[in-house]
Design a protein around this ligand. Structure first.
Ligand SMILES: [Zn+2]
Length: 414
């Protein structure tokens, strides 16, 4: 079957059986570099089977989606820090201590679908309730009624009794209880262990929830079940403890001390040497932000840029769900903010594609457009390698080679 579709419309949402689909665009960003086209990505059975920039003809049997010379095809974006259980407009402690599993599952699916429609084809969920995000991960088919991104799931984050995000259910009183919880998480099939190593920004972010000895025991417990550990850490001393303990990633990495934000360059160098990922959750000033939090923003961004320049792998991510600005489709807009503070436009795209894939242990499947890798693709109008706002002009999203149905257009009343 062959069908040529215009840039604006399509008669057929996806091919029926994972058959051959050709995506044509003006250029390609492959997860590392941009190449001018005409670009052609051939997908079959959910994976990329060929990439061409010579202007070759598409195979006669293929379904061709041609987005025109001004478009760019790139890997689907990866948001390495989300909370699918969180309603950005809701009160998390009350919702997550009272909502039924059915309500939370419906929220996870809706949030995931919203991310996917914006071109986020993979999410790493770092804070779940009751392992419900794993349920959606395991019971979503790419051909199902509601398509969702590929999900990497941590389950409930491990925290102190009544500590940061206690309401997600991961309370552990000390390293022994935490190690037992890590083994249980592994039995339930999590992909990564998330530890709340300090309090949250809204509380006392310099306060450690676990010390170096406890973090070391938790990393050992995770290694025993072959899982990486990422920690939520604002405090400078806890970041140093976590790096010494051998964690794979530090989320936020704010370097808060009793005297304000004070970056610790020896720890930064240790992170660069060990390849410890930073999850740079994009934080922008908001009118309702407490003054103490607002004061951390300028040094936060300075430090993220410094770490990137020193060779620390800094992954732009969102913390989607945590406040009204953090809708589950915010990554393209957050990435533009990251590009204006941390890295070049091209490097920022690398951060949210190939680098994020590596941080999520998916570098062999996701984050690049290469033969044999998953056909998770985003097509946008314009060239995001020079104008990152082009990411918000979505023309099409593909998940495992299947085109994600566009949201229904809103009809004018009357
Ligand atoms: Zn978070």
């Amino acid at each position: 079957m062959s069908e040529v579709l215009s840039a604006n419309g399509y008669r057929k949402v996806f091919d029926d059986d994972g058959g051959m689909v050709v995506v044509r665009a003006g250029r390609i960003f492959d997860g590392e570099t941009v190449r001018s086209g005409p670009a052609m990505v051939i997908t079959c059975g959910g994976v990329v089977t060929a990439v061409d920039v010579s202007g070759a003809a598409a195979p006669a049997e293929a379904l061709v989606h041609d987005f025109g010379p001004s478009s760019t095809v790139l890997p689907g974006l990866i948001d390495a820090h989300t909370h699918l259980v969180l309603d950005p407009d809701g009160d998390a402690p009350s919702q997550l201590t009272t909502d039924s599993d059915q309500v939370v599952l419906a929220r996870i699916r809706a949030n995931a679908a919203r991310a996917l429609a914006a071109g986020v084809t993979t999410v790493r969920d770092l804070g779940d309730r009751g392992f419900l995000t794993l349920d959606v991960r395991d019971h979503s088919s790419v051909s199902g009624a509601v398509m969702v991104p590929h999900i990497v799931a941590a389950g409930p984050p491990i925290t102190r009794p009544r500590g940061h995000c206690w309401f997600l259910g991961g309370e552990a009183d000390g390293a022994g209880a935490a190690a037992a919880m890590i083994a249980d998480h592994a039995d339930r099939g999590v992909d990564v262990i998330k530890v709340m190593a300090t309090a949250g920004m809204g509380a006392d972010p310099a306060l450690a929830q676990f010390d170096r000895t406890e973090l070391t025991l938790m990393v050992a417990a995770a290694q025993a079940v072959e899982l990486p550990v990422v920690v939520h850490a604002h405090a400078a001393h806890t970041i140093a403890d976590a790096v010494a303990a051998g964690v794979a990633g530090i989320e936020h990495c704010t370097f808060v001390t009793a005297k304000g934000v004070r970056r610790d360059d020896r720890t930064v160098d240790a992170m660069a040497r060990a390849g410890v990922f930073v999850g740079c959750t994009v934080a922008k000033p908001r009118p309702d932000m407490p003054a103490a939090v607002l004061a951390t923003l300028e040094p936060y961004w300075t430090n993220q840029a410094y770490m990137h320049a020193r060779g620390v792998p800094v992954v732009c991510c969102t913390d989607a769900g945590i406040n009204p600005a953090k809708t589950h489709d915010v990554l393209p807009r957050d990435l533009a903010y990251f590009a204006s503070h941390v890295a070049t436009t091209r490097e920022s795209l690398v951060s949210a594609t190939s680098l994020a894939a590596t941080a999520c242990n998916l570098g062999h499947r996701k984050g690049r457009i290469r033969v044999g890798m998953d056909a998770d693709l985003l097509v946008v109008s314009g060239d995001p390698t020079v104008d990152i706002d082009a990411l918000t002009r979505v023309q099409a999203v593909y998940r495992m080679g299947r085109r994600v149905p566009a949201p229904a257009p809103v009809e004018a009343a009357g």
